[in-house]
Design a protein around this ligand. Structure first.
Ligand code: FES
Length: 127
């Protein structure tokens, strides 16, 4: 009856491992120092930063898109994969310093396996 869903137990195991695979994110600060962290799909890039003590990501509002202290620059290679800024995010970025075309609030970027290897940089004024 389950034929066709998974052809072998190995294939099922491989799919389960893929679901729980960690996503790597590389945070670089304004001095050029990089830190690689593991993130879980479904959490935000901000949450991954805070859990790993990344300097420059204060996240004062806890991810409510109400403080802009989680501002990052997304590597252009990943920009389309991180999605578009919402209107609320645009409004909050008006309060951030040194905003660029690649600016995002990291609490508004949801980690997924398509973002594996994501590179973001923290602005110089956030350290
Ligand atoms: S944590 Fe406050 S706007 Fe992202």
């Amino acid at each position: 009856m389950l034929d066709g869903l998974f052809s072998t137990a190995d294939e099922l195991l491989a799919k389960q491992e893929h679901i729980f695979e960690m996503v790597k994110i590389i945070f670089t600060d304004h001095t050029g120092e990089s830190r690689k962290v593991n993130a879980n799909a479904g959490e935000s890039v901000m949450e991954a930063a805070v859990q790993n003590g990344i300097p420059g990501i204060d996240a004062d509002c806890g991810g409510a898109c109400a403080c802009a202290t989680c501002h990052v620059y997304v590597d252009p290679q990943f920009q389309s994969l991180t999605g578009e800024r919402s209107d609320m995010e645009e409004s909050m970025l008006d309060f951030a310093e040194s905003v660029r075309e690649t600016s995002r609030l990291s609490c508004q970027i949801t980690v997924s396996d398509t973002l594996d290897g994501l590179r973001v940089t923290t602005p110089e004024d956030q350290h």
